[in-house]
Design a protein around this ligand. Sequence first.
Ligand SMILES: [Fe+2]
Length: 168
Amino acid sequence: MFATRRIGAVIVGAARQKHTLPELPYEYSALEPVVSREIMSLHHSKHHATYINNLNAAEEKLAQAQSKGDISTIISLAPGLRFNGGGHINHTIFWQNLSPNGGKPSAKLTQAVEKDFGSWENMKNQLAASSVAVQGSGWGWLGYNKQTKKLQIATCQNQDPLQATTGM
Ligand SMILES: [Fe+2]
């Protein structure tokens, strides 16, 4: 009886695309006086840009390690991919959730929040309570649980992204 196992590298022909810093859909100063221009600029042009640069560098190393079949290096890159990839995903979602004009949530989201939390007020209170309880750094989320088909509040440590961490 034969058992074959392939540990060699697979070389993929397609060129790898680099991640780039998404433009904000508003000016850095657009959220003043609630969020200052300096804070927006710092988190976008410095923090978010750094996650992207580090993610690109990690992916470059990953591609090299994969081409050599270097499993130890591939494994050692996982925490950096998680942290920097998560930082990129989380900030990209975050910018889209802010608006200088306020704005109303869609009727579909409002219906779902009322069904699963009773009211916006309840959901916001639960989200705030869960988020402030995160020790160190992390994110509080309103996610959609595909199994239960319900909205659900979750928290993630550091830059762990919601979907990759919880499936929501
Ligand atoms: Fe940030």
